[in-house]
Design a protein around this ligand. Structure first.
Ligand SMILES: Nc1ncnc2c1ncn2[C@@H]1O[C@H](COP(=O)(O)OP(=O)(O)OP(=O)(O)O)[C@@H](O)[C@H]1O
Ligand SMILES: O=P(O)(O)O[C@H]1[C@H](OP(=O)(O)O)[C@@H](OP(=O)(O)O)[C@@H](O)[C@@H](O)[C@@H]1OP(=O)(O)O
Ligand SMILES: [Mg+2]
Ligand SMILES: [Mg+2]
Length: 368
């Protein structure tokens, strides 16, 4: 990575996985950092951080390593221990995002529980589909757990660990009790919501957001005859996915298209800012084709930001705001800014609304 380090600039130390690194346009990111008065320095987690650069900002996606460390991997534990030590030795570094906040999203059961606890959601037509966690392969017990928690077939079985390995995105659609034998604990089963194969992805950078549509699963119904369907999220829900699982059955095609309600999206964002506190996050919403209610089915740390217009500029603006908050004595990195300047960029049906001003486009006053 060629990066002229200027002494007049502040330093952003960055660490992301090789996979993410390959997709990143480093040249463009470095240019944007420089134009905002920052150097960008790639950190090597195998060497002492103290010996590398004086970081003003620590920008990372350490989900894979945190998840491995939390599962007892010694090398990962050592790396995360060193990072945590370094950050605690330098409390003035702006961390995007704090490791404790990131940990919340590593466990699906945990973050679904946070969503479910939100009592205000119900009256606003927002919910997270009922879910339960399996920690054993005992089918009788698992059926009872599902009943107790009101989880109904079909269900999607998802690994409890939400990030960190390819297997975190290996899903199973299960139609009946006998299909439950394919579940591999620890996993979460979640009631399936029919949504006409349209997924709405919301990407967040602090108070800014961008929504895009993606393909998703067609409508399914519980059945005693159907075998489980295995799929990986990447095969079905990427912008260019063309899975047969997304092709609507003829009788579903007549359905009226449900429209996304942006006020609901803002309510969800408010809750996430308050309860999870990440600047860099994304979440997935499907619209129930019977009720129009909005179901939050997934929350992700530092997602792809695929199609987010001027992503780097917004990222640097957001970093800048937080660095300034820190120097103004706000020691809590991710406290949401009291000035609620939501920047909306909505892309329905592939069209992009660009050139919106970050201040007052929506005129939302969101008090966290
Ligand atoms: N409760 C549900 N009802 C209907 N469809 C669902 C439900 N949960 C998941 N899906 C479908 O399965 C896909 C994968 O689920 P989910 O988003 O939870 O997995 P993920 O691997 O964490 O995704 P990401 O790549 O966004 O991190 C969703 O994008 C959606 O198409
Ligand atoms: O970009 P990364 O390598 O971090 O991978 C992320 C992936 O982006 P990619 O599929 O385009 O690579 C994201 O997809 P979108 O929802 O944003 O489409 C989402 O699946 C995250 O959960 C993944 O993070 P992980 O769970 O693997 O940590
Ligand atoms: Mg998802
Ligand atoms: Mg996810």
């Amino acid at each position: 990575m060629s990066n002229k380090v200027s002494n007049f600039y502040k330093n952003i130390g960055i660490w992301i996985s090789e996979k993410k690194s390959h997709k990143l346009n480093w040249k463009e990111l470095i240019k944007t950092c420089n134009s905002h008065g920052y150097n960008l320095i790639k950190l090597d987690l195998e060497r002492p951080l103290e010996d590398q650069v004086e970081c003003h900002v620590f920008l990372h996606k350490l989900t894979d390593i945190i998840a491995a460390a939390d599962q007892g991997d010694p090398k990962a534990s050592c790396i995360i221990g060193n990072v945590e030590q370094y950050l605690s030795n330098h409390p003035n570094i702006t961390v995007i995002d704090p490791l404790e906040n990131v940990r919340i999203l590593l466990n699906r059961y945990y973050y679904y529980s946070i969503l479910q606890e939100e009592t205000l959601f119900q009256s606003q037509g927002i919910y997270t589909p009922t879910f339960a966690e399996f920690t054993t392969c005992n089918i009788e017990q698992n059926i009872e757990i599902m009943r107790h928690r009101g989880v109904t077939f079909p269900v999607i079985c998802k690994p409890t660990i939400a990030h960190g390995s390819k297997s975190a995105h290996e899903m199973i659609l299960i139609f009946n009790e006998k299909g439950l034998n394919v579940c591999r604990p620890p996993c979460v089963v979640q009631s399936f919501v029919n949504h006409n194969a349209v997924l709405h992805k919301v990407f967040l950078i602090g108070n800014r957001y961008h929504i895009c549509e993606r393909p998703s699963l067609k409508n399914f119904y519980s059945s005693e005859d159907l075998d489980p369907i295995f799929y990986s999220t990447g095969e079905v829900c990427k912008a260019d996915s063309q899975s047969t699982l997304s092709i609507l059955d003829p009788h579903d095609k007549a359905d009226i298209k449900m429209t996304l309600n942006e006020n609901k999206i803002k309510s969800i964002i408010r809750l996430l800012r308050k309860k999870i506190g990440l600047l860099l996050a994304g979440f997935d919403v499907v619209i129930d084709n019977n009720t129009g209610d909005h179901a939050v089915i997934d929350i992700n740390v530092f997602p792809s930001y695929d199609s987010f217009p001027n992503f780097f500029d917004h990222l640097l603006d957001c970093i800048d705001e937080h660095v300034n908050n820190m120097s103004n004595g706000d020691s809590c990195n991710n406290k949401s800014s009291s000035k609620a300047d939501y920047f909306c960029n909505h892309r329905p049906n592939g069209l992009i609304n660009v050139g919106l001003d970050p201040l007052g486009v929506i005129g939302m006053n969101i008090n966290n």
